[in-house]
Design a protein around this ligand. Structure first.
Ligand code: ZN
Length: 82
């Protein structure tokens, strides 16, 4: 009777485990990034209402439609873009 051993060699197993650990870490960081992005969005909303904006053309915007940004807080005049 022939026995097939379906087992990874130990070096490959170690690499596989490292990848699994890194993927778990990546998921954690992704979650943290999402939380931070939400916080930034929320703070931008408050900043939009708080700053005494002075709007100027955003010449760096390569869009065909030019945008207006505040020269103090750098937020866009259209809240849609912030
Ligand atoms: Zn402003």
């Amino acid at each position: 009777m022939i026995l097939y051993v379906f087992k990874m060699n130990s070096e490959a197993q170690q690499l596989f485990d490292t990848i699994t650990e890194k993927k778990a870490l990546q998921r954690d960081y992704s979650r943290q990034i999402n939380v931070i992005q939400k916080e930034i969005r929320k703070i931008r909303g408050i900043l939009y209402k708080t700053c005494d904006h002075e709007w100027e053309r955003d010449w760096e915007d390569r869009d065909e439609r030019s945008r207006w940004v505040c020269k103090h807080c750098k937020l866009s005049r259209s809240p849609y873009y912030n």
